[in-house]
Design a protein around this ligand. Sequence first.
Ligand SMILES: NC(=O)C1=CN([C@@H]2O[C@H](COP(=O)(O)OP(=O)(O)OC[C@H]3O[C@@H](n4cnc5c(N)ncnc54)[C@H](O)[C@@H]3O)[C@@H](O)[C@H]2O)C=CC1
Ligand SMILES: O=C(O)C(=O)Cc1ccc(O)cc1
Length: 363
Amino acid sequence: MIKVTIFGVGLIGGSLALCFKGKSGITVVGHSSRPSSVEKYVQRGVVDYATTSMREAAEGADFIFLCVPVGMLEQYVNELSRFNLKPGCIITDVGSTKASVAACARSVQLPDAVFIGGHPMAGSERSGVEAASSYLFENAFYVLTPDETTPSDALERLKALLAHTKAHIVVVDSVSHDEIVGAISHLPHIIAVALVNQIKGYNDGNHLYGSLAAGGFRDITRIAASDPIVWRDILINNRAVLLKLLKDWNAETEKFVRMLETEDGSAVEQAFREAGEFRSKLPERRKGIIISTFDCYVDVPDHPGIIGKIATELGNSGINLSNIQIIESREDVPGVLRLSFRKQEDLDKALAQLTASGYSVHL
Ligand SMILES: NC(=O)C1=CN([C@@H]2O[C@H](COP(=O)(O)OP(=O)(O)OC[C@H]3O[C@@H](n4cnc5c(N)ncnc54)[C@H](O)[C@@H]3O)[C@@H](O)[C@H]2O)C=CC1
Ligand SMILES: O=C(O)C(=O)Cc1ccc(O)cc1
Protein backbone atom coordinates (compact mmCIF):
# COMPACT_ATOMS: atom_id res chain seq x y z
CA MET A 1 0.00 0.00 0.00
CA ILE A 2 1.20 3.54 -0.76
CA LYS A 3 0.40 5.92 2.08
CA VAL A 4 -0.29 9.49 0.96
CA THR A 5 -0.65 11.98 3.81
CA ILE A 6 -2.28 15.38 3.44
CA PHE A 7 -1.68 18.13 6.01
CA GLY A 8 -4.37 20.83 5.56
CA VAL A 9 -7.39 19.18 3.95
CA GLY A 10 -8.91 22.37 2.52
CA LEU A 11 -9.67 23.36 -1.09
CA ILE A 12 -6.32 22.18 -2.48
CA GLY A 13 -5.49 19.41 0.02
CA GLY A 14 -9.04 18.04 -0.23
CA SER A 15 -8.95 18.14 -4.04
CA LEU A 16 -5.63 16.23 -4.10
CA ALA A 17 -7.05 13.69 -1.63
CA LEU A 18 -10.05 13.16 -3.93
CA CYS A 19 -7.69 12.63 -6.91
CA PHE A 20 -5.76 9.90 -5.07
CA LYS A 21 -8.51 8.22 -3.01
CA GLY A 22 -9.85 4.98 -4.41
CA LYS A 23 -6.90 4.59 -6.80
CA SER A 24 -5.54 1.07 -6.55
CA GLY A 25 -2.82 0.65 -3.96
CA ILE A 26 -3.25 4.10 -2.39
CA THR A 27 -4.44 4.96 1.12
CA VAL A 28 -5.06 8.66 1.78
CA VAL A 29 -4.56 9.95 5.32
CA GLY A 30 -5.69 13.43 6.36
CA HIS A 31 -4.42 15.48 9.28
CA SER A 32 -6.05 18.31 11.22
CA SER A 33 -5.35 19.54 14.73
CA ARG A 34 -9.14 19.87 15.21
CA PRO A 35 -11.04 16.63 16.09
CA SER A 36 -14.25 17.95 14.46
CA SER A 37 -12.40 18.46 11.14
CA VAL A 38 -10.96 14.95 11.27
CA GLU A 39 -14.48 13.53 11.58
CA LYS A 40 -15.72 15.73 8.73
CA TYR A 41 -13.02 14.57 6.28
CA VAL A 42 -13.89 10.90 6.83
CA GLN A 43 -17.66 11.50 6.80
CA ARG A 44 -17.39 13.35 3.49
CA GLY A 45 -15.32 10.50 2.05
CA VAL A 46 -12.40 12.80 1.17
CA VAL A 47 -9.78 10.62 2.91
CA ASP A 48 -9.59 6.97 3.96
CA TYR A 49 -8.41 7.81 7.45
CA ALA A 50 -7.81 11.00 9.44
CA THR A 51 -5.98 11.81 12.64
CA THR A 52 -5.12 14.73 14.92
CA SER A 53 -1.63 13.27 15.50
CA MET A 54 1.04 14.78 13.23
CA ARG A 55 3.40 11.95 14.04
CA GLU A 56 0.87 9.23 13.19
CA ALA A 57 0.01 10.97 9.92
CA ALA A 58 3.64 11.50 8.89
CA GLU A 59 5.36 8.28 9.94
CA GLY A 60 5.12 5.47 7.41
CA ALA A 61 3.98 7.85 4.66
CA ASP A 62 5.42 7.42 1.16
CA PHE A 63 4.26 10.93 0.16
CA ILE A 64 3.48 13.92 2.36
CA PHE A 65 1.59 16.92 0.92
CA LEU A 66 1.72 20.18 2.89
CA CYS A 67 -1.46 22.02 1.88
CA VAL A 68 -1.59 24.70 4.59
CA PRO A 69 -1.29 28.50 4.13
CA VAL A 70 2.17 29.61 2.94
CA GLY A 71 2.99 31.21 6.33
CA MET A 72 2.74 27.79 8.04
CA LEU A 73 4.89 25.79 5.63
CA GLU A 74 8.26 26.31 7.31
CA GLN A 75 6.83 25.30 10.68
CA TYR A 76 5.49 22.06 9.16
CA VAL A 77 8.83 21.25 7.47
CA ASN A 78 10.64 21.78 10.79
CA GLU A 79 8.11 19.64 12.64
CA LEU A 80 8.48 16.79 10.11
CA SER A 81 12.25 16.77 10.60
CA ARG A 82 11.68 15.55 14.19
CA PHE A 83 9.83 12.37 13.11
CA ASN A 84 11.09 8.97 11.94
CA LEU A 85 9.99 9.35 8.34
CA LYS A 86 9.93 6.34 6.04
CA PRO A 87 13.18 6.07 4.04
CA GLY A 88 12.58 7.54 0.57
CA CYS A 89 9.54 9.54 1.74
CA ILE A 90 8.77 12.46 -0.60
CA ILE A 91 7.62 15.68 1.05
CA THR A 92 6.00 18.22 -1.23
CA ASP A 93 3.86 21.32 -0.75
CA VAL A 94 1.25 23.21 -2.78
CA GLY A 95 2.08 26.76 -1.68
CA SER A 96 1.58 29.61 -4.16
CA THR A 97 5.18 30.76 -3.51
CA LYS A 98 8.16 28.47 -3.80
CA ALA A 99 11.50 30.15 -3.01
CA SER A 100 11.22 30.43 0.78
CA VAL A 101 9.92 26.90 1.43
CA ALA A 102 12.67 25.51 -0.85
CA ALA A 103 15.31 27.43 1.12
CA CYS A 104 13.84 26.20 4.40
CA ALA A 105 13.80 22.56 3.25
CA ARG A 106 17.45 22.90 2.15
CA SER A 107 18.45 24.21 5.58
CA VAL A 108 16.58 21.57 7.61
CA GLN A 109 17.94 18.05 8.06
CA LEU A 110 15.35 15.65 6.63
CA PRO A 111 17.09 12.29 7.02
CA ASP A 112 15.89 9.77 4.45
CA ALA A 113 13.26 12.14 3.03
CA VAL A 114 13.36 14.31 -0.08
CA PHE A 115 11.62 17.69 -0.38
CA ILE A 116 10.30 18.77 -3.80
CA GLY A 117 8.31 22.02 -3.96
CA GLY A 118 5.05 22.05 -5.92
CA HIS A 119 2.28 24.40 -7.00
CA PRO A 120 -0.90 23.24 -8.71
CA MET A 121 -1.76 26.30 -10.76
CA ALA A 122 -5.50 25.94 -10.46
CA GLY A 123 -7.85 26.78 -7.69
CA SER A 124 -10.66 29.17 -7.01
CA GLU A 125 -11.79 32.02 -4.81
CA ARG A 126 -13.52 29.45 -2.59
CA SER A 127 -11.82 27.72 0.33
CA GLY A 128 -12.26 24.76 2.67
CA VAL A 129 -12.82 21.07 2.06
CA GLU A 130 -16.45 21.84 1.07
CA ALA A 131 -15.13 23.37 -2.17
CA ALA A 132 -12.76 20.48 -2.99
CA SER A 133 -13.18 18.64 -6.29
CA SER A 134 -11.36 15.80 -8.00
CA TYR A 135 -11.62 17.76 -11.29
CA LEU A 136 -9.89 20.90 -10.02
CA PHE A 137 -6.48 20.24 -11.60
CA GLU A 138 -7.61 18.55 -14.81
CA ASN A 139 -5.84 20.15 -17.79
CA ALA A 140 -4.15 22.76 -15.55
CA PHE A 141 -0.40 23.27 -15.09
CA TYR A 142 1.21 21.77 -11.99
CA VAL A 143 4.63 23.32 -11.30
CA LEU A 144 7.38 21.34 -9.57
CA THR A 145 10.53 23.10 -8.36
CA PRO A 146 13.27 20.48 -7.81
CA ASP A 147 16.85 21.72 -7.50
CA GLU A 148 20.21 20.26 -8.49
CA THR A 149 20.26 18.07 -5.35
CA THR A 150 16.90 16.40 -6.07
CA PRO A 151 17.34 12.70 -6.93
CA SER A 152 15.80 12.10 -10.35
CA ASP A 153 14.02 8.90 -9.26
CA ALA A 154 12.22 10.86 -6.50
CA LEU A 155 11.06 13.44 -9.06
CA GLU A 156 9.80 10.66 -11.32
CA ARG A 157 7.92 8.98 -8.44
CA LEU A 158 6.19 12.27 -7.59
CA LYS A 159 5.29 12.87 -11.25
CA ALA A 160 3.84 9.36 -11.46
CA LEU A 161 1.61 9.98 -8.42
CA LEU A 162 0.52 13.40 -9.73
CA ALA A 163 -0.63 11.79 -12.99
CA HIS A 164 -3.84 11.07 -11.02
CA THR A 165 -4.58 14.82 -11.02
CA LYS A 166 -4.61 14.89 -14.87
CA ALA A 167 -2.59 18.12 -14.66
CA HIS A 168 0.37 18.94 -16.93
CA ILE A 169 3.62 18.90 -14.97
CA VAL A 170 6.05 21.76 -15.59
CA VAL A 171 9.49 22.00 -13.95
CA VAL A 172 10.64 25.55 -13.09
CA ASP A 173 13.22 26.90 -10.63
CA SER A 174 11.67 28.31 -7.47
CA VAL A 175 12.91 31.92 -7.91
CA SER A 176 11.60 32.21 -11.50
CA HIS A 177 8.34 30.65 -10.33
CA ASP A 178 7.81 33.42 -7.77
CA GLU A 179 8.57 36.16 -10.30
CA ILE A 180 6.25 34.79 -12.97
CA VAL A 181 3.39 33.74 -10.69
CA GLY A 182 3.75 37.08 -8.87
CA ALA A 183 2.98 38.82 -12.17
CA ILE A 184 0.19 36.59 -13.50
CA SER A 185 -1.60 35.70 -10.26
CA HIS A 186 -0.52 37.68 -7.17
CA LEU A 187 -0.56 41.14 -8.85
CA PRO A 188 -4.02 40.52 -10.41
CA HIS A 189 -5.36 39.55 -6.96
CA ILE A 190 -4.03 42.85 -5.52
CA ILE A 191 -5.54 44.82 -8.42
CA ALA A 192 -8.93 43.10 -8.01
CA VAL A 193 -9.03 43.84 -4.26
CA ALA A 194 -7.87 47.45 -4.72
CA LEU A 195 -10.46 48.03 -7.46
CA VAL A 196 -13.31 46.59 -5.38
CA ASN A 197 -12.27 48.68 -2.37
CA GLN A 198 -12.02 51.83 -4.51
CA ILE A 199 -15.60 51.30 -5.73
CA LYS A 200 -16.73 50.35 -2.19
CA GLY A 201 -15.53 53.79 -1.08
CA TYR A 202 -17.67 55.53 -3.73
CA ASN A 203 -20.59 53.25 -2.90
CA ASP A 204 -20.56 54.40 0.73
CA GLY A 205 -21.57 57.83 -0.64
CA ASN A 206 -23.98 56.61 -3.34
CA HIS A 207 -25.36 53.05 -3.45
CA LEU A 208 -25.92 53.25 -7.20
CA TYR A 209 -22.23 52.32 -7.67
CA GLY A 210 -22.82 48.87 -6.19
CA SER A 211 -26.17 48.35 -7.91
CA LEU A 212 -24.84 49.19 -11.37
CA ALA A 213 -21.56 47.30 -10.88
CA ALA A 214 -23.13 43.86 -11.49
CA GLY A 215 -22.15 41.66 -14.46
CA GLY A 216 -18.73 42.43 -15.94
CA PHE A 217 -17.46 44.13 -12.80
CA ARG A 218 -18.32 41.03 -10.78
CA ASP A 219 -16.53 38.83 -13.31
CA ILE A 220 -13.24 40.72 -13.40
CA THR A 221 -13.18 41.05 -9.61
CA ARG A 222 -14.18 37.45 -8.74
CA ILE A 223 -10.76 36.74 -7.24
CA ALA A 224 -11.21 39.63 -4.76
CA ALA A 225 -13.42 37.18 -2.81
CA SER A 226 -10.43 34.87 -2.13
CA ASP A 227 -9.50 33.69 1.36
CA PRO A 228 -7.90 36.55 3.39
CA ILE A 229 -5.51 34.32 5.39
CA VAL A 230 -4.25 32.39 2.37
CA TRP A 231 -3.67 35.66 0.47
CA ARG A 232 -2.14 37.53 3.42
CA ASP A 233 0.51 34.81 3.55
CA ILE A 234 1.13 34.74 -0.23
CA LEU A 235 1.54 38.52 -0.57
CA ILE A 236 3.74 38.93 2.50
CA ASN A 237 5.89 35.98 1.44
CA ASN A 238 6.38 37.27 -2.14
CA ARG A 239 6.66 40.92 -1.09
CA ALA A 240 10.04 41.63 -2.73
CA VAL A 241 8.74 40.54 -6.14
CA LEU A 242 5.39 42.30 -5.62
CA LEU A 243 6.92 45.63 -4.60
CA LYS A 244 8.77 45.71 -7.92
CA LEU A 245 5.65 44.64 -9.85
CA LEU A 246 3.55 47.32 -8.12
CA LYS A 247 6.07 49.98 -9.16
CA ASP A 248 5.72 48.79 -12.76
CA TRP A 249 1.94 48.79 -12.35
CA ASN A 250 2.04 52.41 -11.15
CA ALA A 251 4.08 53.27 -14.25
CA GLU A 252 1.40 51.61 -16.45
CA THR A 253 -1.46 53.55 -14.84
CA GLU A 254 0.66 56.73 -14.99
CA LYS A 255 0.83 56.26 -18.78
CA PHE A 256 -2.98 56.44 -18.86
CA VAL A 257 -2.94 59.54 -16.66
CA ARG A 258 -0.66 61.24 -19.18
CA MET A 259 -2.68 60.04 -22.21
CA LEU A 260 -5.86 61.50 -20.69
CA GLU A 261 -4.23 64.73 -19.51
CA THR A 262 -2.89 65.32 -23.01
CA GLU A 263 -6.04 63.94 -24.73
CA ASP A 264 -3.80 61.57 -26.65
CA GLY A 265 -6.47 59.39 -28.31
CA SER A 266 -4.05 57.63 -30.63
CA ALA A 267 -1.92 56.51 -27.65
CA VAL A 268 -5.08 55.08 -26.03
CA GLU A 269 -5.92 53.28 -29.28
CA GLN A 270 -2.37 51.92 -29.48
CA ALA A 271 -2.50 50.66 -25.86
CA PHE A 272 -5.74 48.73 -26.56
CA ARG A 273 -4.37 47.41 -29.88
CA GLU A 274 -1.12 46.15 -28.30
CA ALA A 275 -2.95 44.53 -25.36
CA GLY A 276 -5.51 42.90 -27.65
CA GLU A 277 -2.80 41.48 -29.87
CA PHE A 278 -0.82 39.95 -26.98
CA ARG A 279 -4.00 38.67 -25.32
CA SER A 280 -5.20 36.95 -28.51
CA LYS A 281 -2.00 34.91 -28.53
CA LEU A 282 -2.47 33.57 -24.99
CA PRO A 283 -3.27 29.85 -24.89
CA GLU A 284 -7.03 29.48 -24.94
CA ARG A 285 -7.85 25.88 -24.25
CA ARG A 286 -5.54 25.07 -21.35
CA LYS A 287 -6.94 25.88 -17.92
CA GLY A 288 -5.10 29.04 -16.75
CA ILE A 289 -4.16 30.08 -13.25
CA ILE A 290 -7.09 32.48 -13.13
CA ILE A 291 -9.97 30.32 -14.20
CA SER A 292 -12.83 31.69 -16.27
CA THR A 293 -16.34 30.39 -16.04
CA PHE A 294 -18.92 30.09 -18.81
CA ASP A 295 -22.18 31.55 -17.58
CA CYS A 296 -25.82 31.77 -18.58
CA TYR A 297 -28.89 33.27 -16.90
CA VAL A 298 -32.24 31.52 -16.45
CA ASP A 299 -35.51 33.29 -15.63
CA VAL A 300 -37.20 31.18 -12.99
CA PRO A 301 -40.58 31.27 -11.29
CA ASP A 302 -40.22 32.17 -7.63
CA HIS A 303 -41.09 28.83 -6.03
CA PRO A 304 -39.24 26.58 -3.61
CA GLY A 305 -37.21 23.73 -5.04
CA ILE A 306 -36.51 25.35 -8.41
CA ILE A 307 -32.72 25.41 -7.89
CA GLY A 308 -32.70 21.70 -7.03
CA LYS A 309 -34.93 20.94 -10.02
CA ILE A 310 -32.60 22.67 -12.49
CA ALA A 311 -29.44 21.23 -10.91
CA THR A 312 -30.94 17.72 -11.01
CA GLU A 313 -32.02 18.12 -14.64
CA LEU A 314 -28.50 19.17 -15.66
CA GLY A 315 -26.90 16.44 -13.52
CA ASN A 316 -29.13 13.77 -15.07
CA SER A 317 -27.92 14.86 -18.51
CA GLY A 318 -24.26 14.61 -17.44
CA ILE A 319 -23.73 18.39 -17.56
CA ASN A 320 -21.17 19.56 -14.97
CA LEU A 321 -22.38 22.69 -13.19
CA SER A 322 -19.60 24.55 -11.34
CA ASN A 323 -21.75 27.13 -9.54
CA ILE A 324 -25.34 28.26 -9.19
CA GLN A 325 -26.35 31.64 -7.83
CA ILE A 326 -29.56 33.63 -7.33
CA ILE A 327 -29.26 37.10 -8.85
CA GLU A 328 -31.37 39.78 -7.22
CA SER A 329 -30.49 42.78 -9.33
CA ARG A 330 -33.19 42.39 -11.99
CA GLU A 331 -36.57 43.65 -10.93
CA ASP A 332 -38.41 43.06 -14.21
CA VAL A 333 -38.54 39.27 -13.89
CA PRO A 334 -39.60 37.05 -10.99
CA GLY A 335 -36.11 35.62 -10.42
CA VAL A 336 -32.85 34.96 -12.25
CA LEU A 337 -30.40 32.14 -11.70
CA ARG A 338 -26.83 32.44 -12.86
CA LEU A 339 -25.44 29.05 -13.87
CA SER A 340 -21.66 28.72 -14.23
CA PHE A 341 -19.79 26.01 -16.11
CA ARG A 342 -16.06 25.29 -16.45
CA LYS A 343 -16.32 24.39 -20.13
CA GLN A 344 -17.96 26.02 -23.16
CA GLU A 345 -19.21 22.54 -24.11
CA ASP A 346 -21.17 22.20 -20.83
CA LEU A 347 -22.67 25.68 -21.30
CA ASP A 348 -23.78 24.80 -24.85
CA LYS A 349 -25.38 21.55 -23.65
CA ALA A 350 -27.14 23.37 -20.77
CA LEU A 351 -28.55 26.03 -23.12
CA ALA A 352 -30.02 23.34 -25.38
CA GLN A 353 -31.37 21.23 -22.50
CA LEU A 354 -33.00 24.06 -20.54
CA THR A 355 -34.48 25.73 -23.64
CA ALA A 356 -35.99 22.35 -24.65
CA SER A 357 -37.52 22.09 -21.16
CA GLY A 358 -39.24 25.47 -21.64
CA TYR A 359 -36.98 27.74 -19.59
CA SER A 360 -36.07 31.21 -20.81
CA VAL A 361 -32.27 31.18 -20.93
CA HIS A 362 -29.95 34.05 -21.91
CA LEU A 363 -26.21 34.66 -22.04
N1 LIG B 1 -6.81 28.75 -3.21
C1 LIG B 1 -6.26 28.42 -4.34
O1 LIG B 1 -6.89 28.56 -5.38
C2 LIG B 1 -4.86 27.85 -4.36
C3 LIG B 1 -4.12 27.76 -3.20
N2 LIG B 1 -2.87 27.24 -3.23
C4 LIG B 1 -2.09 27.10 -1.98
O2 LIG B 1 -2.65 26.02 -1.29
C5 LIG B 1 -2.51 26.18 0.12
C6 LIG B 1 -3.85 25.95 0.79
O3 LIG B 1 -4.80 26.85 0.26
P1 LIG B 1 -6.35 26.49 0.18
O4 LIG B 1 -6.54 25.03 0.03
O5 LIG B 1 -6.93 27.42 -0.81
O6 LIG B 1 -6.81 26.95 1.63
P2 LIG B 1 -7.97 26.37 2.56
O7 LIG B 1 -8.26 27.45 3.55
O8 LIG B 1 -9.08 25.81 1.76
O9 LIG B 1 -7.21 25.17 3.30
C7 LIG B 1 -6.16 25.38 4.21
C8 LIG B 1 -6.06 24.19 5.12
O10 LIG B 1 -4.98 24.40 6.03
C9 LIG B 1 -5.40 24.19 7.36
N3 LIG B 1 -4.58 25.00 8.28
C10 LIG B 1 -3.61 24.51 9.06
N4 LIG B 1 -3.05 25.46 9.78
C11 LIG B 1 -3.67 26.61 9.47
C12 LIG B 1 -3.55 27.95 9.91
N5 LIG B 1 -2.65 28.31 10.83
N6 LIG B 1 -4.36 28.88 9.37
C13 LIG B 1 -5.28 28.52 8.45
N7 LIG B 1 -5.45 27.26 7.98
C14 LIG B 1 -4.65 26.31 8.51
C15 LIG B 1 -6.89 24.53 7.35
O11 LIG B 1 -7.57 23.89 8.39
C16 LIG B 1 -7.30 23.99 5.98
O12 LIG B 1 -7.58 22.61 6.04
C17 LIG B 1 -1.92 27.58 0.33
O13 LIG B 1 -0.56 27.45 0.59
C18 LIG B 1 -2.16 28.27 -1.00
O14 LIG B 1 -1.15 29.23 -1.26
C19 LIG B 1 -2.32 26.72 -4.37
C20 LIG B 1 -3.03 26.74 -5.55
C21 LIG B 1 -4.36 27.34 -5.63
O1 LIG C 1 -9.54 31.62 -8.69
C1 LIG C 1 -8.64 31.71 -9.51
O2 LIG C 1 -8.87 31.80 -10.73
C2 LIG C 1 -7.24 31.68 -9.03
O3 LIG C 1 -6.42 32.50 -9.33
C3 LIG C 1 -6.92 30.51 -8.15
C4 LIG C 1 -5.52 30.39 -7.70
C5 LIG C 1 -5.14 30.93 -6.48
C6 LIG C 1 -3.86 30.74 -6.02
C7 LIG C 1 -2.96 30.04 -6.78
O4 LIG C 1 -1.72 29.87 -6.34
C8 LIG C 1 -3.32 29.48 -7.99
C9 LIG C 1 -4.62 29.66 -8.45
